[in-house]
Design a protein around this ligand. Structure first.
Ligand code: ADP
Ligand code: MG
Length: 373
């Protein structure tokens, strides 16, 4: 599998189809979602569908193209390399980055992000490689790395590394970036220790039992990694990486389908709906639509990741099973829309020479604009 290059000006969208689960096999589910090649996924209408006649003029098969597509044959390492590894160099050079897992409950988001002790996911692989990269360049640079892990549940933020600390607030810092006030920041560089912290943190996530034998998660988990780098000329760069395991998308999709209004505290995930609205507005090619980041905690935190200064990768997850057809179709079309989002990535630096360079480039840009008039 080739590694994708995260594009500077566009959201990178990946799709992962997990293997059929035991319970799907028990229900005699068939496979309706296939990966065709590195980029293409096909979804077929389930067989035995009695509405065939009604759908006579609709194709029974729909193909979707993504930046990269994965299925049961993709290892955790391959997925990590193709989606996230490429962000690390930017992160230590002062660029922001975001990776988020999207999809219905049970489709593999936590498997992708956290993974298992034996086969860890993106969190640990990224931190490992980050520490290696830092070691390699630490002769000429000074680095400090801090990590925090938080949950957004019912529009409240909890510190997963210190669950007894109560609910935390968002604040805007002097650079205009949104920060979580009072969050625990850990600066260990030991990968094993980190995995233990994350697994422990994950156990603190709010779980909510739903239909038969299913644990559904309505909480978003966000692992935030901040890297500060200082070189011999005192130039300081900051990079921030978010790695996010989103709440199950099934309810948001349902409420969007039935046109239900967003109600706080009801069985609707405000953050996920707001994320969907932002993605819709940002991917609208026709107009500069107003993007309302302020609608939820998640979108406030992800403002830069979605509309601005961040290289962003979305990994959408689906089940291959016939019984998950509707959910898979919703997820595929959501991910398909997200492909149109554009971002503007810049380095986060502070130094006198940088300000001059910035102004020079603004002046050059303005000159170009005047010439075009
Ligand atoms: P989600 O976080 O989206 O609700 P999980 O990550 O908990 O879903 O996955 C549900 C189940 O499927 C778990 O038992 C998980 O280990 C398994 N699973 C998910 N994706 C894969 C995969 N790519 N390969 C093997 N098992 C997977
Ligand atoms: Mg999960």
């Amino acid at each position: 599998m080739k590694d994708i290059e995260t594009k500077d000006h566009q959201l990178t969208v990946a799709l992962r189809i997990r293997p059929l689960s035991d319970s799907e096999l028990e229900e005699s589910a068939t496979i309706v979602a296939h990966r065709v090649d590195d980029q293409m996924v096909v979804l077929m209408d389930p067989p035995g569908d009695h509405e065939d006649v009604l759908r006579a003029n609709r194709s029974r098969e729909k193909a979707y193209m993504f930046d990269v597509a994965f299925d049961y044959s993709t290892s955790q390492e391959e997925l990590y390399r193709a989606t996230t590894k490429g962000l690390i160099h930017g992160l230590i050079s002062g660029y922001n980055a975001t990776v988020f897992a999207y999809g219905p409950t049970g489709c593999g988001k936590t498997y992708t992000m956290l993974g298992t002790d034996k086969d860890p996911g993106i969190y640990v692989r990224t931190l490992n490689d980050l520490f290696h990269s830092i070691e390699e360049t630490s002769d000429s640079m000074m680095y400090s790395v801090s990590m925090s892990y938080l949950e957004i549940y019912n529009e409240m933020i909890r510190d997963l590394l210190n669950p007894t600390s109560g609910f935390l607030d968002l604040r805007e810092d002097s650079k205009g970036e949104i920060q979580v006030a009072g969050i625990t920041e850990v600066s260990t560089v030991n990968a094993q220790e980190i995995m233990e912290l994350l697994v422990k943190g994950n156990r603190q996530r709010t779980q909510e039992p739903t239909a038969a034998n299913r644990t559904s998660s309505r909480s978003h988990a966000l692992l935030q990694v901040c890297v500060k780098r200082q070189d011999l000329n005192q130039e300081v760069r900051f990079g921030r990486l978010f790695m996010i395991d989103l709440a199950g998308s099934e309810r948001a999709a349902q409420t969007q389908n039935t046109g239900q209004r967003l109600k706080e505290g009801a069985h609707i995930n405000r953050s996920l709906l707001a994320l969907g609205n932002c993605i819709n507005a940002l991917s609208d090619k026709n107009a500069h639509r107003y993007v309302n980041y302020r609608d939820s905690k998640l979108t406030r935190l992800l403002k830069d990741s979605l509309g601005g200064n961040s290289r962003t990768v979305m990994i959408a997850h689906i089940s291959p099973a016939s019984i998950a057809f509707e959910e898979s179709r919703n997820t595929l079309s959501y991910a398909d829309r997200a492909k149109h989002i554009r971002t503007r990535v810049k380095k986060n630096m502070t130094s006198v020479s940088h300000h001059i360079a910035q102004y020079t480039s603004i002046i050059t840009e303005l000159r170009g604009e005047i010439q075009r008039l």
